[in-house]
Design a protein around this ligand. Structure first.
Ligand SMILES: Cc1cc2nc3c(=O)[nH]c(=O)nc-3n(C[C@H](O)[C@H](O)[C@H](O)COP(=O)(O)OP(=O)(O)OC[C@H]3O[C@@H](n4cnc5c(N)ncnc54)[C@H](O)[C@@H]3O)c2cc1C
Length: 375
């Protein structure tokens, strides 16, 4: 007899969404989080964009889960009164070469099932965003923003109402295979060691999901997480009021990031970023590099002609859990039930970078199906 049916490790937006979903169907569900509350890492250090699913490789999990997830998320926000804004996004071309790239992006989007994108000329762009410069733009009407804290709070509330037991301040330190399940060791908030048995494990430990996977014995170089930092600068008032939607430049080739872009938030703030920098070692480095202000300014000035250097101020940084090594082609989310590796009913979620927030509800549904198919 197991102490617990199902244990989820990590209360970021992904772990919380899974907790809400699986606790509708299973009793005796545990969610364990090392911090004192939810969403203290990547889930509260991101752009809060509801992505449309434009850029991802056809048939990838990122493409499928993003598109399904965005519609689920809009419905969820309406149902629970979570602040969101389906504000739309412009991808702007500021040179002749970039105009050529735009049509390719539209084709990729169509292949993924995003068929509502519009190509806009200068006049149409000016009607939407009179203060930006662009020769041509792609407009994505299904892109938006969400208040991610309210979203996570709702996932938490619903999970608790479904009798999910959420344990904060407890860090999982070891996992071993036992008959019919797993033994989980942790250090609780009083620094005491504790262990219990569980039938199913879901590893949604974000930046350290590879380490949690190694605890049970799944160590794979392809699943090694590299910390990849993204920094933001905000646009100070009053110029933040000159932009009403998300504005992105044409992305780089291997999609390590999608270029320094403009995001708006539910509080009326406007920020530039994130940039993309792999850290040499996996350290939680959330400092904003002041000397980057010039590069941010030069990059954004191409499509924000009103911007002056002093309009910017350092905002924050987040860290992507990348399994894609620098220069490698785009990697997909790794979401796997690990029977093939000898660990039945152990589900790994590794490399849950963007669009993990957008996809949180569809990821939860996907994981719930994995569980149903393996029990
Ligand atoms: C700069 C940046 C911008 C982004 N912008 C967007 C965006 O606009 N739209 C979008 O859809 N996505 C975006 N993302 C991606 C999105 O933020 C992530 O996909 C999402 O937050 C991942 O959630 P998570 O729950 O997997 O991870 P996390 O939020 O990292 O949560 C994992 C949790 O596990 C806990 N944990 C780890 N190890 C243990 C352990 N041993 N024991 C107990 N607990 C443990 C951690 O404390 C943490 O709370 C962005 C990411 C970054 C970095």
């Amino acid at each position: 007899m197991m102490d617990v049916n199902l244990t989820i490790i990590g209360a970021g937006v992904v772990g919380l969404a899974i907790a809400e979903k699986v606790s509708q169907h299973y009793k005796n569900v545990f969610l364990i989080e090392k911090h004192q509350s939810f969403g203290q890492e990547t889930s509260s250090r991101n752009s809060e964009v509801i992505h449309a699913g434009i850029y991802y490789t056809k048939d990838s999990l990122k493409a499928k889960l993003c598109i399904e997830g965005k519609w689920l998320l809009y419905d969820y926000c309406r149902r629970y009164d979570i602040p969101y804004n389906n504000c739309g996004k412009l991808i702007v071309a500021t040179s002749e070469e970039e105009i050529a790239v735009i049509e390719g992006i539209r084709q990729t989007a169509i292949k993924n099932g995003v068929d509502d994108m519009l190509v806009l000329d200068r006049k149409q762009i000016a009607a939407l965003e009179p203060n930006i410069f662009a020769l041509k733009a792609l407009y994505s009407p299904s892109t938006g923003i969400v208040d991610s804290h309210s979203l996570m709070k709702q996932y938490e509330t619903n999970a608790i109402n479904n009798d999910c037991m959420i344990v904060y301040g407890s860090e999982v330190t070891g996992i071993s295979r036992i008959r019919n399940g797993y033994k989980i060791s942790l250090i609780d908030s009083d620094k005491k060691s504790y262990s219990f048995s569980t039938g199913i494990v879901i590893n949604s430990a974000g930046l350290t999901a590879d380490k949690v996977s190694e605890m049970v014995g799944i160590a794979d170089d392809k699943l090694k997480i590299m910390f990849c930092k993204g920094e933001y600068f905000r646009i100070n008032p009053p110029k933040n009021r000159l932009i009403n939607r998300l504005v992105y430049p044409v992305p780089h080739q291997n999609m390590e990031g999608i270029g320094i872009h403009v995001t708006i938030d539910m509080g009326g703030g406007v920020k530039l970023g994130p940039d993309v920098k792999y850290l040499e070692t996996n350290v939680y480095d959330y400092k904003v590099t002041l000397s980057k202000q010039e590069a941010f300014y030069m990059s954004a000035r191409k499509f924000l002609p009103f911007l002056e250097f002093d309009d910017l101020a350092p905002e924050m940084a987040g860290i992507r859990p990348k399994i894609q090594k620098p220069g490698e082609p785009l990697r997909d989310f790794y979401i796997m039930e690990e029977t093939a590796k000898g660990f039945p009913r152990f589900i790994n979620l590794i490399g849950m970078e963007s669009p993990g927030l957008t996809s949180s509800l569809s990821i939860a549904k996907y994981v719930n199906n994995l569980i149903n198919n393996t029990i």
